[in-house]
Design a protein around this ligand. Sequence first.
Ligand code: GLC
Length: 486
Amino acid sequence: MNEKQIVIIASECQPFFASGGLADVIGSLPTRIAKLVNTDGEKNQVSVILPLYSKFTNNTYRNKLAYVGQTTVNLSWRKQYCGVFKYSSKGINYYFIDNEYYFKKSSYYGYFDDGERFAFFSKAAIETIKYLDITPDIIHCHDWQTGLVPVYLRTTYYNDERFKETKRIFTVHNIEYQGVYSYDEDILEDVFGLAASDGYLLEYRGQLNIMKGAMETSNYVSTVSPTYAEEIMYAYYAKGLEFEVERIKAEGKLRGILNGIDKTFYNPAKDEALFVKYDKKTPELKLENKVQLQEMLGLTVNKDIPLIGMVTRLVGHKGLELVKSALPEILKQKVQVVILGTGDSYYEWYLRDLERVYRGKLSVIIAFNQDLSRKIYASSDIFLMPSISEPCGLAQMIACRYGALPIVRRTGGLADSIKDFSQAKGNGYVFDNINAEEMLSKVLQAIAEYDNKELWAKHVKAAMACDFGWTNSAKKYVEMYEELLK
Ligand code: GLC
């Protein structure tokens, strides 16, 4: 096989712009894939296509974008400008799609016209590939925002010679968000620019479902952990898509590959965000981080109080109901809790109110703040992540690397990465059921074990020794590509 052209299309990518774990994955996977040679000893050429959001304000990178040119994207009757900018690093070409009408907004998502915005982006990504004269072997799309790419390739571009041999892969990072619209010809034809006769590809339970369309029109579908790939066969996890998941599974199209974390970026020995750097050999320096965080957040300064950290979106499937039920009881203990995140205003306000009651013990920061998040990983003794569903989860891996012992529910990627200390090679505390009492008893166990300095040090050592790097996962992705290209 000659050099393979792999094009990755996604709506977020570190270090340019991020709202969640997707950005971490798109930030590290491409470089890892580019490093690996395929079985014939050839390298892969990887390109990444992203939207150029006005929210991309990190000037270290933004100032380095080079203008490549422009093309026009036809979306139904609309003829839209599509500027192309480029940034290259570590052998990867990143292309940014410019169109301020769609991407000059104060957030990435959450607008009434998200469907149109990402239909434009999906089509623009394909037009950019043509404009750049790339003939892709693989087009690998991520989450519903790019789900129309394989649909367009199967319909609008069906006869395009360039894509005749292209294989399509779709990765589900979270099935909670599917891109669902009412089945309306105006949306199908006028907004998505598809023919009425292609509606069946997107149709699911009487609605237009972009994620379903992507599953239907991709050669392989993967999700971000083996356990999640099993779980989404069930209605409870699949949020309605279980029939489609069952179908692709029966066709042998479904894979589950656990994500890794970028060990260079998430490295407490080199992390500039920390108050004090430390490593496996100096975990006691974590205490210095804790003390400084306590000062910074107005918590009682005392290095002997176990600190529980949470860095999370404040939404139901992250287990916020469990937290809400157990938090008052937890806060009766000799403990401190720091919670960083944004999400449903219901949880935001609940936590803000509770913070007022437990001043000095509970600190709630309603923000998405990467610098602070790493200070929290470094300062926490315990990291709470009681997700109801968790496709992969990266926070539990980062927590281990920073020596904060994770308490997780056995689901999705949490089940695939964290083992209870009662088992061989334990690296955290694991509970099974969606039950606040069960979670609470794990929290109380951890708080109690914290006082046993020797045991705790052993636990921290075990957690910090875990290898959650990308090497294995990237290999599995490349194997999946090769299977398709055989
Ligand atoms: C989504 C999922 C999370 C996963 C991440 C990266 O944010 O909710 O579990 O780790 O995508 O794949």
